[in-house]
Design a protein. Sequence first.
Length: 600
Amino acid sequence: MKIEDYALIGDLRTSALVGRDGSIDWLCLPKTDSAACFAALLGTPEHGRWLISPSEAVRETSRRYRPGTLVLETDFETDAGAVRLIDFMPLRNGGAPQLVRIVEGLRGEVPMRMECVARFDYGSLAPWVEPTADGVLALGGANAVHLSSTLEMSIEDAGTRATFTVREGARERLSLTWFPSHETAPTVEDPDSALARTDADWREWSSRCSYDGEWHEPVLRSLITLKALTDQVTGAVAAAPTTSLPEDLGGTRNWDYRYCWLRDSVLTLDALLETGYSEEALAFGRWALRAWAGDPTKVQIMYGLEGQRSLDERELDWLPGYEGSRPVRVGNAAAEQFQLDVYGEVAGVAYATSMMTGESDTTAWPRVRILLEHLEQVWDQPDDGIWEERGPRRHFVQSKVMAWLAFDSAIRLAERYELDAPLKRWRKVRGEIHRQVNERGYDAERSTFTQYYGSQELDAAVLMIPIVGFLPGSDERVTGTIDAIRKELGHDGFISRYSTSATDDGLAGSEGQFLACSFWLVTALAMNGRSDEARRLFERLLALGNDLGLFSEEYDVADKRLIGNFPQAFTHLTLVQAANTLAMPAGSVTDRYVPARSSR
């Protein structure tokens, strides 16, 4: 099944991927970064799935989310009639995680089949399965799941199966609940009651959206997706709910994205603030300021959703991978990389949260100051770059720009609230970084900023130069950079992060076109005064999403399909920002982002 054939449901602590065929092929319990109990996405049905579908040939399948919600409805048309499958995860509110599936007869009498195969620890552990008074219990290690249903179910090969017929107007209700194996199964909410509550919860949340532009539906769907990837308890936003969906089909560029990147933080805050979700923005900002707290020399580029620092990478050799893309990895060794851009993210978060609350966080400022004092010592060193390349360290231009942003944000924050800071020294460093980037990171002959100092290669990350205010969007150097990136990194108009053939990133193979970079190009074009071109590209990008408005990390132009982890928060938040930029009155676009441009 193609990546775009999946839908997302979730309860703000974890998420599941539901296939167009009615199979839930990915679910980690009890949290997003826990081990999967359904892992067929990266293997076969024997690695765990929960299938509910007609047992005869399906003539037509259609699906949709209920408006403003994460409640999924899938309609199956057969020769015998039609049924609707309703899938959702109720918000926990302190209770146990619950996955609910309701089968509703629409027309005729449709024979159905159900197969629930739980396999703990990413498909490696077949549990002990036994009947209960109201369903089936599966136990294995620290995990237990209870499947509640009135269906007559059989236990075969450590899985649960049933056949049944749904008539017009009838409903069958099934509920799967996770709990620690040393506890008894918790009492859970009735499926119909849970559906009404979940529907109402999501509609209330969606009603707070302040965006009223022409792309309301894709913007709202992106915001709902970002909310679904947000941990309700900690405020962290997972980059994606999946691991190892390939950036190169059949290749080795397969990474675990179930963590929170500081790289995304300022952009996420901006997307949330611009659309009326200040509560979520503040929670995420506070998470970011907590996560990195401590020794400034130990700041990581990513953390677990609860702020965990240890994200040891390992390979799951029992899983064959999505379409044979191996290895399947969990954990992410890139957490140990040195990336200068994270300092800009942290300082930008401190600035943005202070602007949001209208006051300085006196407890956060000492942490920001010590971080900047460390950055003074290391900003001129080569780093691993924003894309976590596993090649040699270099003086990446985008990294230096974000180091500039760190000082720019801290200076503006200290000036606004009269905070104790070595402003004269910081202003000098800010100016030196700005001068160095313009001299060593810019190729005057080709009229473009490059990937790293002295290189011929390009990097779409330098599209951030006008977005963070390093240069005005109308600057001729920005114009030249946009044109060069479109020419050299463009594929049918969509943008690659960099050229994998020209750049030593330490990896074999290639990758698709990075959708966030393409949305950055929309924003950069608008800031460059080319709003018509920006709008045309934006419309083309929207058409790449699946039928539910969900986007993965990349798009493979050659195969015309989505690739990479799915759905991808980075893609959705840059979509929101591009839409907001296009909706701004002419003349105000260059002041679009926070922190705004400072004097040079």
